[in-house]
Design a protein around this ligand. Structure first.
Ligand SMILES: Cc1cc2nc3c(=O)[nH]c(=O)nc-3n(C[C@H](O)[C@H](O)[C@H](O)COP(=O)(O)OP(=O)(O)OC[C@H]3O[C@@H](n4cnc5c(N)ncnc54)[C@H](O)[C@@H]3O)c2cc1C
Length: 402
């Protein structure tokens, strides 16, 4: 009999899981997706997909489609606030299987994830209001009053996950602020911008990231002052621009393109306080993506890990179809927990530290380290991408099957 799986949330994690189950577990799993919103409006303008994200997309046959809609990144450049290059490094040779680094609009990625039969499996405007467990089944009450039971419920419902909260008997802690305010937006790409460029200022960071021949995704982050930033300030173009006016001409030219507050996506960077891949109180509930491990976008691993999580879950469900779901969740934890905990901790620490450089001495120390070691994200990728996670997973599965 097929296993019945409920995926809560139709973001990158939930839709990647739907694709992975469709491809890898078609005869073994029946799944459905519920999405709280009435229609999709992917948040975040653009997204950088490091090679491990592209490797995960390859596992679910979506690499090619994403490539066709994306910008191929060949190099990462870090500059100081005068746009003087501190260091640059190539990205094409970082992955053992030479998967590329890509930049794409969020909407473009979502469109790719919504291909084939996936849209017909999604129920919009629906959420969960209660979870309980009985006889190895999760009993779910939905917001429309209906009830159903599942072999596995996957919380792919983002940083404010209801699955995490409801399955932990409501004792779950709210996300933690990382003390960084940011804005994301899509702008016209200047012809001269070839490589993603990080401009590091005093208490600020501005990223110009090409996502097509004519478009770029920008991420602008500043240290949130101790007395906070009001909602009105966050939405104000003038306020946003005031933090970056003193830095390189290329950033000024980008800022000149911002004429309407609706172009800005303001946000506060937050993290989940503690990585939780499984529910503390329910055996058949698993968390993936931001619901489990939301963190700072330092190494662009949030979306990347979400796609990896999804493929790993599907591969484990396929390989261990005779084992109880509880055991599969334990395998997932054994394989995954340590890595995502390390990435989360490092991502939060490194971004906070580099934005916290405000006085000339700490700015010079930060810049000097980048001159010596290279861009801090490339330094991370060099180590992390030495092995392909799916080769490791195949080995993990093989040793447990034999
Ligand atoms: C400023 C910033 C820049 C980033 N840049 C990058 C980057 O360049 N590269 C990268 O890889 N990552 C990046 N990330 C991280 C990345 O955006 C996230 O890790 C990723 O979107 C997580 O996907 P998700 O599906 O887990 O969660 P989400 O994207 O939050 O999706 C959750 C979905 O679940 C739905 N939902 C929520 N609650 C419920 C509910 N109760 N019931 C039903 N549905 C529900 C939501 O409507 C949403 O559709 C960045 C993050 C930030 C904040």
């Amino acid at each position: 009999m097929k296993r019945k799986v409920l995926i809560v949330g139709g973001g990158i994690a939930g839709l990647s899981l739907a694709n992975a189950l469709e491809l890898l577990c078609k005869d073994k799993v029946d799944y459905q997706v519920i999405e709280r919103q009435r229609q999709f409006s992917p948040i975040g303008a653009g997204i950088a997909l490091p090679a491990n994200a592209v490797s995960a997309l390859h596992q679910i046959n979506l690499e090619q489609k994403v490539r066709e809609n994306a910008y191929h990144v060949q190099q990462i450049v870090f500059t100081d606030d005068a746009y003087q290059v501190l260091s640059n490094r190539a990205t094409d040779t970082l992955h053992p299987k030479h998967f590329p680094f890509l930049g794409i609009s969020r909407a473009g990625l979502h469109d790719v994830l919504l291909t084939g039969p996936i849209p017909s499996k999604i129920q919009f405007g629906k959420t969960i209001v209660h979870l309980s467990e009985s006889n190895n089944k999760v009993l779910v009450t939905f917001s429309d009053g209906t009830k159903d039971s599942y072999d596995l419920v996957v919380g792919a419902d983002g940083i404010r996950s209801s699955v995490r909260k409801l399955s932990n008997q409501d004792i779950d802690e709210p996300p933690l602020s990382l003390g960084i305010t940011n804005w994301r937006l899509l702008l016209k790409k200047p012809k001269t911008l070839i490589h993603p460029t990080y401009v590091l200022g005093a208490g600020s960071i501005f990223l110009l990231f090409p996502i097509s021949e004519h478009e770029m995704y920008c991420y602008a982050g500043v240290l949130t002052p101790p007395n906070g930033i009001s909602e009105d300030e966050r939405k104000s173009i003038h306020f946003m621009k005031s933090h970056f006016e003193h830095i390189g001409d290329e950033v000024k030219a980008a800022l000149d393109q911002i004429i309407d507050p609706s172009q800005l996506i303001p946000d506060q960077l937050e993290t989940v306080r503690e990585v939780k891949t499984h529910s503390l109180h329910m055996k058949n509930v698993l968390l993936i993506g931001d619901a489990a491990h939301a963190c700072a976008p330092t190494y662009q691993q949030g979306g990347a890990m979400s796609i990896e999580d999804a493929v790993i879950v599907a591969k484990l469900l396929n390989a261990f179809d005779a084992l109880p779901v509880e055991q599969i969740i334990k395998f997932y934890d054994n394989f995954r927990f340590k890595t995502i905990q390390e990435i989360q901790t490092l991502s939060n620490f490194v971004l906070q530290r580099s934005v916290q450089a405000i006085d000339p001495q700490s700015i010079e120390a930060r810049n000097q380290k980048i001159r010596q070691d290279g861009p801090f994200n490339v330094t991370f990728w060099k180590e992390y991408l030495k092995t392909d996670v799916f080769d490791e997973l195949d080995h993990f599965i093989h040793t447990r099957l034999n």
